[in-house]
Design a protein around this ligand. Structure first.
Ligand code: F6P
Length: 323
């Protein structure tokens, strides 16, 4: 291969820039040209390309977001969109791609490779940690640290006022962020989509805490929890337990921002190198991941989030420790 492209797609995640840097510098080390694609798949269809050299990725390892920008492309889901991208890729002489993103990114890549014959390798970049084939995704560590910093602050005001707080965190339809932030912040309860939420049980746990004179309650609610987000849960809980004043905090997109943690920078560097060298060595349509500190490659077709299981033992542990 003489020329490859790199792009970021889907929701941005802290550490994506470290991954871009690793891809660019690895390719250049191996004598391969790199094209940066701006705005993810939208930029691929529009030919929004820029040549990247070693200097173009200086001073970005520590920055959140993605210098290449990103998109959630609707157009790329159509055959017309994929054919437009195929033409732009052919015109630019791009022979392979490294894609940094999540489940939707890899699904698009598989279809693109079937229709265009141009193959890709993936790097897992999402704060949700919801991909099969890696212990952690890039951005997750930073995001959970951002959340616990916020929850620690909420705890100060919650205990000063004797209040019950429902704190909603991201994760789309999975509860990895909620579960581990709940454990790390010492939350009294954690509500996640992978485990059926029973409002009476939540109330029972609050009652037990009141009996032992707890001065505040933090309930972490994953945005995808089935009865609804934090506002809906708060409504249902407070209908049955009104003796504690309650408030709702939705942490929102601040979870996606900020300088990446050391772990995310290291993970992004290792996986960026692995995906790029994999591509140059003839691998195709696989995501590079890290399991038990070893690089592993998983076909795009198997990285889908529903294959990932939440650790139920951790939820039980969190209930025991938060009671
Ligand atoms: O996938 C990352 C994520 O932040 C999810 O946790 C969240 O549900 C979603 O993206 C929000 O997407 P958007 O930024 O498009 O609103």
């Amino acid at each position: 291969m003489k020329k490859i492209a790199v792009l970021t797609s889907g929701g941005d995640a802290p550490g994506m820039n470290a991954a871009i840097r690793a891809v660019v510098r690895t390719a250049i080390f191996h004598g391969v040209e790199v094209i940066g694609v701006r705005r993810g798949y939208d930029g691929l269809m529009d030919g929004d390309f820029m040549p990247m050299d070693a200097a173009s990725v200086s001073d970005i390892i520590q920055r959140g977001g993605t210098v290449l920008k990103t998109s959630r492309s609707v157009r790329f889901k159509t055959q017309e969109g994929i054919l437009a991208a195929k033409q732009k890729v052919k015109d630019a002489g791009i022979e392979g791609m490294v894609l940094i993103g999540g489940d939707g990114t890899f699904k698009g890549a598989k279809e693109f490779s079937e229709l265009s014959g141009v193959h890709s390798m993936g790097v897992p970049g999402t704060i949700d940690n919801d991909l099969f084939g890696t212990d952690f995704t890039i951005g997750y560590d930073t995001a959970i640290n951002t959340v616990i910093e916020a929850v620690d602050k909420i705890r100060d005001t919650a205990s000063s006022h004797h209040r019950l707080f429902f704190v909603e965190v991201m994760g789309r339809d999975t509860g990895f962020i909620a579960l581990n932030c709940g454990i790390a912040a010492g939350a009294e309860d954690i509500l996640i989509p992978e485990s059926k939420t029973n409002i009476d049980e939540v109330v029972k746990r609050i009652d037990a805490g009141i009996k032992r004179n707890k001065s505040s309650f933090i309930i972490i609610v994953a945005e995808g929890d089935v009865p609804g987000g934090a506002y809906e849960i708060a409504k249902q809980v407070t209908e049955k337990c009104s003796y504690f004043e309650s408030r709702v905090t939705v942490i929102g997109h601040m979870q996606r921002g900020g300088n990446p943690s050391a772990s995310d920078r290291i993970l992004a560097s290792r996986l960026g190198v692995a995906a790029t060298e994999g591509l140059l060595n003839g691998r195709k349509n696989e995501m590079a991941g890290l399991i038990n500190n070893q690089i592993v490659f998983t076909p795009f077709s198997q990285t889908r989030k529903h294959l990932v299981d939440i650790n139920e033992g951790l939820l039980n542990m969190a209930h025991m420790l938060g009671s």
